[in-house]
Write a protein that binds this ligand. Sequence first.
Ligand code: SF4
Length: 490
Amino acid sequence: MPVQMLTTKIHARVDQPLEGETSRTMPDQVGNVAGATGEELTDRIIETSARALMPGPLKKVIVFWLGGMGCDGCTISTLGATEPSVEELMTGALPGVPTMVLHHYAASIESGDHFTHSFEEAEKGELDAPYVIVYEGSIADENLTVHGEPWAAEGALPTWAPFEERRRIPTTEWLRRLAPGAAAVIAIGTCATWGGIPAAAGNPTASMSVMDFLGKEYRSVFGLPVINVPGCAPLGDNFTETVALLLLFLNKQAPLPEFDELGRPAWLFADTVHRHCPRAGWYEEGTFAQEYGDKECLVEIGCWGPVVNCNITERGAVGHMGGCMVAGGVCIGCTMPGFPDKFTPFYKTPPGSTASTTVSRLYGSFIRPLRRMTQLERNREPRWHDTVPSGWAMEYNTTSITHRIAEFFYDKLQYLGGERPGRQKDVEKYRSGYLPPAQAAYGEDYQVLPEKRQELARKRNLPQRPGLAPQAEEPIVSNVEVSATSREEK
Ligand code: SF4
């Protein structure tokens, strides 16, 4: 059956104004080489591709990324995401996921009032698509600022007034103004989800999380409480994956993803770091690193992994590579509520780990020797009874008598009621060394040319088949019978 191709006519260009458009004449758009707004570019992508034919009522969703008391680490990790990538979200490359229009203070192509304008439109309900708020950084108390200058701001209003008469708008104010009309509010990073470093003891900003700021009763227009993707910085893929699934839900293409009691994506934060840690085997055998650079479990030099909800040991930092314990660092609990205060002092044995490490040391002292013994045996072929045919290997019979007895019973137990695999003695043909059939027949002369081999075979009165080496032992009966006479004739 022929494959149906979906094609749409390309009828829109971004380098020419459409009727009624004015944004091609944005003289104050320093650096905006596109000469268009982000939304206009998205509209073109949708119009000139099959994205307009995607299922669901939404073709695009607008995202307002607000920056509070943060370090931009969340932005950087999001830009590095690959599953999916920001580019895929912004170009509508994912089936069923509406194309994302991103208003971000660093990534937007608009600047100045053109940037602020969309925020005003959103507040007035004049956008032609639903919008989602992403908040990065914690929320500082703007009453504590000096001379009324905000801790964190985006844009200045009113746009019709001269700049010196405008008021810079704190991002917390934008959050307060836009949250009631948002399809969803997502807090990204530990500062926004729980308060994080700006909310640590001794800070002068009285910082708090988005949940603390909007309150327990907050619901978006889709009925959603605040969604939290924590981490300092969070895994970019954790965030983009959550956004993609949320957009699928908003577009009626998937059910609402599962979130836990703290609003975290449940499928990402249900497990602890420890459960997927590459060093967890060392912990289980009661072997611990004493200093950085050691390969064993890091709990005694300050790892909080056994009690921290995070998937970095499963997903890696970027593109399934790296991550704290993989790179040799301890888990300091950066995804957790209470970070950093509840996890300090860093790099000191967590008090609660003493009981469990003592138990695993006891268990490990018994189990490690047993495993070593079995491991030694599993590194041997069944046919290697007395020695190992490797120039690197030790003699098998250097193992102790206890080892041999234990292995004897282990072997009996393992194959009890079953068939023992591997080659048995009676079928081991080359126990004293392997000789290719040709070498067995001709000795060291076997690597000569075929004519010479034939001549040698004739001299030694050996049977042979045309073109093939003669057999060393029993001649193989070929389906081509070659008589001595015919050989002579040849
Ligand atoms: Fe668990 Fe940390 Fe040890 Fe990994 S390094 S096994 S997370 S305690």
